[in-house]
Design a protein. Structure first.
Length: 226
């Protein structure tokens, strides 16, 4: 294996990132079906919601040599997505790496594998989404890896320059040319939700409000309007 290090992608427009800083992944989940990472990849710090530009890393097994190198290339607003190439045993990110990434201004990290040193990650307030924790860490074995190439992270295809949003529900990746329309749709839906919740709390039936009851009654041969 060798090293592949490609140029940094253009960053997503700040105006779009600002929109997605207030968009919930679960809201976009009403509209999109692609781009969601496996639900097992969750934030290790509570209450975090971030958006950024995807930069990608394919990192093999026990080796984190390339990760240590590329941390020095990260920019404010980037979101690092790490494909562990099937390894779910070795933690590539702990206290030292978290401190270095935080210093870069990187918005967050998603790892298709575990992390370690949770107290330090919390201390440096680095938003990390991963598959739990492990005490077994990577080493500098100089095996190789690839930076800023298309990867798979949690079953989602991630390309350098994609929009990444992450919150308490998970991580979503989108091509920039599709993300603006989804952001506007999601913000409109979120703005309307409080009125709907108030109506439900006041006694309106969920099936009547969503239209589900009319669908069921029609399929049963009953009057959908009742």
């Amino acid at each position: 294996m060798t090293y592949v290090v490609r140029d940094m992608p253009d960053q997503v427009a700040p105006s779009l990132i600002a929109k997605y800083a207030t968009v919930e992944t679960a809201t976009v989940g009403h509209r999109r079906h692609m781009g969601f990472m496996d639900g097992a990849i969750q934030c290790v710090l509570p209450g975090r919601r971030v958006a950024g530009t995807a930069v990608t890393l394919a990192l093999p097994g026990q080796d984190s040599t390339l990760l240590h190198h590329i941390v020095g290339l990260l920019r404010p607003g980037d979101f690092l997505c790490i494909d562990r190439l099937g390894d779910r045993k070795h933690a590539c990110l702990g206290g030292g790496v978290a401190a270095a990434i935080r210093t870069s201004g990187c918005a967050g990290v998603a790892i298709d594998g575990p992390c370690t040193d949770l107290p330090e990650i919390a201390q440096y307030d680095l938003p990390v989404w991963c598959r739990g924790v492990s005490p077994i860490t990577t080493r500098l074995h100089d095996v190789g890896g690839s930076f800023n190439v298309p990867i798979a992270c949690g079953g989602a295809v991630v390309c350098p320059g994609d929009v990444v949003i992450a919150d308490c529900s998970g991580v979503l990746v989108m091509p920039p040319d599709e993300a603006e329309a989804d952001a506007d749709w999601a913000l409109s839906k979120q703005a309307a939700e409080p009125d709907g919740y108030r109506a439900l709390l006041a006694g309106e039936k969920l099936g009547a409000r969503s239209g589900a009851s009319a669908m069921v009654r029609a399929r049963l041969g009953l009057d959908p309007a009742k």
